[in-house]
Design a protein around this ligand. Structure first.
Ligand code: GAL
Length: 340
């Protein structure tokens, strides 16, 4: 009997040893240090998820919430370097801080992939082991401007006072952020270039944030009321806040409407488009931006060429730029698929 127990015990030990050997060894995977400027950002939560999904079985991620503080992010970078990260993937808090991060990476001879907040081209060029994954910011403003133009022309009743002028309010993202600056500039330039006369009733920053977007919209409705004919938002987060405010003021009922446009095409915004409370947005492809960030960071962590085995391409500034796509109710399935 004792012998049988001993044999069984040995068999169990052998089995658990082979089971261990079959599991992928985490230590064998390279560690990539990642920072997100703040977890509490609608769009970035989808980029973060895309990076995590792409890393499964390929890399160990040291993921950090920089809580909207560049000082915190700098400390996180120091810690990741001392813990032996093989590459850094950095979503800056302050787009101007790329130089400081590059200085740290240089000392440790570590490659760094910036994503979402674009560093100045000269700063990126100053380190041969630095690259960028993002978009062409201006493109989102131009596409949003084309959407606004087409819909304004197709809906003459949106010109509530019939003066032939589009009176708009604009919720801007973080000042100094390349996306916020370019979207604000190009959306209006495009609408005007398309022959629509415009009047700016308000333009203020809602810092990409729903709550701030709602607060500003509350104030603008009480100040301008029905004089507002178009609500242009640099992102969907702020558009969702504006819609909440408009809803509470009786819009979207039987006889009151307000066109609202955003950028990102996050799932909550797509729901608003389906419900008829938002007229359009611009897909900011979180899945591909997160995927490309991981692809590049993994390659360089393994000492390979950043684009090795991928279909991404660099522009002249060592940047991979994922295209934007305009979204209305007519092609909403396309945007829904992009977030699956
Ligand atoms: C933009 C996005 C915003 C916000 C921002 C953060 O590309 O449209 O919603 O996430 O990045 O840097």
């Amino acid at each position: 009997m004792k012998k049988l127990v001993a044999v069984l015990l040995i068999m169990m030990m052998l089995f658990s040893l082979t089971a261990c050997a079959a599991e992928p060894k985490e230590d064998a995977l390279p560690t990539i240090g990642v920072t997100i400027y703040k977890y509490d950002d609608n769009f970035m939560s989808f980029v973060r998820r895309a990076i995590q999904t792409a890393a499964e079985g390929k890399a160990v991620l040291e993921m950090n919430d920089s809580q909207n503080s560049q000082a915190t992010q700098n400390d996180q970078v120091d810690t990741m370097i001392s813990k032996g990260a093989k590459a850094l993937a950095i979503n800056l808090v302050d787009p101007q801080a790329a130089e400081a991060i590059i200085a740290k990476a240089k000392v440790a001879d570590l490659p760094v992939v910036f994503f979402n907040k674009e560093p100045e081209a000269t700063v990126l060029a100053s380190y041969d082991k630095a690259w960028y994954v993002g978009t062409t910011s201006a493109e989102s403003g131009i596409i949003q401007g084309e959407l606004v133009t087409d819909m304004w022309n197709a809906n003459p009743d949106w010109d509530r006072n019939g003066d032939g002028v589009m009176s708009y309010v604009l919720l801007k993202g973080e000042p100094g952020h390349p996306d916020a600056e370019a979207r604000t500039k190009y959306v209006i330039e495009t609408v005007v270039a398309n022959g629509i006369e415009v009047e700016e009733l308000e333009l203020q920053t809602g810092m990409w944030d729903s709550v701030k977007g709602k607060e500003l919209m509350d104030a603008w409705i009480s100040k301008h009321g029905d004089s507002i004919e178009m609500v242009i938002c640099n992102n969907d987060g702020m558009a969702l806040g504006a819609i909440q405010s408009l809803n509470a003021s009786g819009y979207f009922g039987a006889d009151k409407f307000m066109p609202v446009v955003g950028v990102d095409a996050i799932p909550d915004a797509l729901e608003e488009i389906k419900a008829g409370r938002m007229v359009g947005t611009v897909l900011n492809d979180a899945k591909n931006q997160g995927g490309a960030t991981l692809d590049l960071a993994l390659n360089v962590a393994l000492g390979k060429d950043p684009l090795d085995g991928t279909s991404w391409k660099f522009d002249d500034n060592k940047a991979v730029r994922v295209p934007y796509v305009g979204v209305t109710i007519d092609n909403i399935e396309f945007a829904e698929d992009a977030y699956k």
